[in-house]
Design a protein around this ligand. Structure first.
Ligand code: HEM
Length: 375
């Protein structure tokens, strides 16, 4: 018998009012089936259980290689240990001045006293420029990679397998060129080319998977985060002023604003046996979609969950995940976002909304456009 559809993730309402939809689902139907996303999990407690039980909830979801996100223990640990040093505190600190330069350069371009779309003029190019700089790639990749992410997101929403395969092939061509040029350099990409696992170099598909994840995997999330932060500050001039007066408050504000409005919608797991979550029986081999945005707005964990609050305890904030797959790039992302807000607030006297923002659609979060005027 076909499974009953508990909700419609691709309805106009779900796409245009994603957070409100997830808030409703968390209350009415916290474990919800849809043909499009399979089993969506909306409550913080249930998400947390899944994150800490990799035996029952496997990351081997896709037939495509994904290093290390698509792996389970013990293989996952081997590759996770390999990538962790690239994101160490020291590596992030060394990279910070480059990010501050990029953020200042683009901030100067948008602080002009006339309306611009923050997503096109700042968020996308800066997210790509920072990832290119991290990997040691030249900025000539900015337009190609931004276009690639948008094309891939569109194909994901449409579940267009042929287009997704084309996207994967296009990315392989981009990376092949990069690999050629980085053989004898001294940067993150060149270091990756030298890595060994059990004495063997990484295979070509492992390299492509890692570079794809680092180059484009999180660009959409980073751009969405920047748009959400700026949109929030134009809507909340009092908080904007507090940050202008005291830049030391910027990191805390970033955590809280992105808890309220997560830049990443979901990640998946596959059940290895039948499980009971919040009274719903999910069969073995079923896809489970962890809804980060909803978990972080759960009233059972965060008092006044839908309000911005200073001095909130963020130990339960799941923006960067938890458990063995928790984001290794969290320190890097925090540093980059801090560089962005610092550059924009230091370089401008005012930052105001230029018009109504338009929402981004799943699998993206945040906004497609954020019109602003800054001087
Ligand atoms: C605001 C920005 C970011 C957010 C919100 C974010 C969020 C997350 C989350 C929630 C996970 C856990 C996924 C899961 O449990 O299935 C994750 C994993 C991961 N993230 Fe991030 N991330 C961000 C930026 C980055 C950046 C900049 C990088 C690297 C360039 C990165 C690299 C990774 C990798 C490699 C994993 C997989 C880890 C594993 O499976 O062990 N992330 N991220």
């Amino acid at each position: 018998m076909p499974q009953k559809q508990d909700w419609k993730p691709r309805s106009d309402e779900s796409l245009n009012h994603a957070r409100a939809t997830y808030d409703r689902m968390r209350t009415k139907c916290p474990v919800a089936y849809s043909d499009f996303l399979k089993w969506s999990i909306f409550r913080h407690a249930d998400v947390n259980t899944i994150l800490h039980d990799p035996k029952t909830f496997s990351n081997r979801v896709s037939r495509h290689l994904s290093v290390p996100n698509g792996m389970d223990p013990p293989q996952h640990g081997v590759y996770r240990r390999l990538i962790n040093p690239y994101f160490s505190e020291q590596a992030v600190q060394q990279f910070a001045p480059t990010c501050q330069d990029i953020a200042r350069r683009y901030a100067n371009l948008i602080i002009q006293g006339k309306e611009i779309d923050f997503m096109t003029e700042f968020a996308w190019p800066v997210a790509v420029a920072m990832q290119c700089a991290f990997l040691g790639w030249s900025e000539q990749h900015i337009d190609t990679l931004s276009a690639w992410v948008k094309r891939n997101q569109k194909a994901t929403l449409a579940q267009d397998r042929a287009e997704l395969a084309d996207c994967a092939a296009e990315f392989e061509v981009i990376v092949s060129g990069v690999i050629e040029r980085h053989q004898n350099k001294d940067d993150v990409t060149a270091r990756l080319l030298q890595e060994r696992v059990n004495g063997e170099p990484l295979t070509r598909s492992q390299l492509i998977s890692i570079l794809r994840n680092w180059a484009v995997g999180e660009i959409g999330t980073m751009a969405a985060a920047m748009g959400i932060l700026i949109q929030f500050l134009t809507e909340n001039p009092d908080i904007q002023q507090q940050l202008r007066d005291d830049h030391a408050k910027i990191p805390e504000a970033i955590e809280e604003i992105l808890r309220l409005h997560g830049p990443l919608v979901s990640n998946r797991r596959k059940t290895t046996c039948p499980v009971n979550i919040a009274g719903r029986i999910i069969p073995a081999d079923a896809i489970v979609s962890i809804n980060w945005i909803s978990a972080n707005r759960d009233e059972a964990v965060f008092a006044d969950a839908h309000k911005f609050r200073w001095n909130r305890d963020h130990s339960q904030n799941l923006m960067y995940g938890a458990g063995i797959h928790a984001c290794p790039g969290a320190g890097l992302a925090r540093m980059e976002l801090k560089a962005v807000l610092t550059a924009i607030l230091s370089g401008s006297k005012t930052l105001e909304a230029g018009g109504k923002p338009t929402p981004a659609h799943y699998p993206g979060s945040g906004y497609a456009t954020v019109p602003i005027i800054s001087q």
